[in-house]
Write a protein that binds this ligand. Structure first.
Ligand code: GDP
Length: 334
């Protein structure tokens, strides 16, 4: 599909359980081409190894060991690696795969299965639906909120953005630019203001304007700083007072380039807020892009969205099959 076009809007509509815009109805999800192009860094790191393991020789014990090493080196984590390799061994022993390309196809299928067995949605339809975005500094929260505002506006949703990352003046400025471009409304206060108050105001503003969705950006709370984590729990509670059942979705933003560290971040955030799913950012720059597999296996948290670049369009609903095909392939070109 064309870069920056609206061809993937049908996939976004699917994620949010909305009707796609009329001109998109019946269109196949057009995500794969763009994902393939944007993920050339992880593909170039992982695919030659996969090709080297499977091409032109018989599959023996060494092959399985090499595959284990390659998956661990790619950040897939020990548990997921053993699960994937055990499954492939079984497939081979039972004659369902015979080696070479059929093994790579089976590998991709298994990677997708371990990463995300079901495709959960982010239901809208509350009045308003409140989506809170959390994660450590620099993971890509503010960028993701801006990109999401844009996507939701494209889907005909009226969006209010709450700039509750009040510690960083730059985050408020950045959001103001992104939300204006998205045609969304920004609710912010001066830097240093109480994040809970900003979040509360954003939900109240959305209610009075009858907006559909509130996106709440939060400060980059280092998981070791307990007072900041407590404050995050407070923001979540305050939002619940402003609107019944809110936040309806809490997305944890993880930077794919931080690898296994992301897993421990997720656990700590999960202790203070009720996480719904993960936005995995910077997958485009992750030389060890297998961390999505480890997240799926070890956290049981669905990856719902991936960030694959710095432009407005570089955010996509996560498609585990497309991910596995793009990164664990025999083709390292592009
Ligand atoms: P925050 O501190 O969590 O709010 O992080 P920001 O949204 O400010 O993002 C930090 C940096 O990461 C910025 O330079 C973004 O442009 C960059 N970034 C965010 N998402 C992505 C992505 O998916 N890919 C790449 N390559 N860069 C990203």
């Amino acid at each position: 599909m064309e870069a920056g076009g609206s061809g993937d809007i049908a996939a976004w509509a699917d994620l949010f359980e909305l009707e796609p815009p009329e001109e998109q109805q019946g269109k196949k999800k057009g995500l794969f081409g763009r994902l393939f192009t944007n993920l050339s860094t992880p593909r170039q790191a992982i695919s030659p190894q996969i090709a080297g393991i499977f091409e032109g020789k018989l599959v023996d014990e060494d092959t399985w060991e090499e595959l284990e090493e390659a998956l661990i080196a790619a950040d897939c984590g020990m548990d997921a690696t053993l699960r994937v390799v055990d499954h492939l061994r079984k497939e081979m022993a039972e004659g369902r795969v015979t080696g070479g390309p059929t093994l790579v196809t089976a590998l991709q299928k298994q990677i997708a299965e371990v990463t995300m067995p079901t495709a959960p949605k982010i239901p809208l339809g509350h009045e308003p639906t409140v989506i809170m975005v959390v994660g450590v500094n620099g993971s890509g929260k503010t960028t993701t909120v801006g990109k999401l505002a844009h996507r939701l506006s494209d889907l005909g949703q009226s969006v209010v953005v709450g700039a509750a990352d009040t510690f960083r003046a730059a985050a408020i400025d950045q959001l103001s630019v992104w939300t204006e471009r998205a045609g969304a409304q920004l609710v912010s206060q001066a830097p240093g203001a109480d994040p809970g108050a900003v979040a509360f105001d954003a939900v109240a503003a959305a209610k009075s304007r009858e907006a559909d969705v509130v996106l709440i950006d939060t400060a980059g709370r280092l998981q070791t700083q307990h007072n900041l984590m407590e404050e995050l729990a407070k923001v979540s509670a305050v939002v619940g007072k402003a609107c019944d059942g809110a936040p309806h979705t809490t997305l944890l933003v993880l930077d794919a380039t931080t690898g296994q560290n992301g897993i421990s971040q997720a656990r700590l955030f999960g202790e203070v807020v009720d996480l719904s799913g993960v936005v995995l950012t910077k997958l485009d720059g992750a030389a060890r892009g297998g961390v999505a597999v480890a997240i799926g296996q070890e956290l049981g948290l669905p990856i719902q969205i991936v960030g694959t670049g710095e432009t407005l369009e570089d955010l996509q609903p996560f498609d585990p099959e497309a991910y596995a095909e793009a990164i664990f392939s025999l083709d390292a070109s592009g």
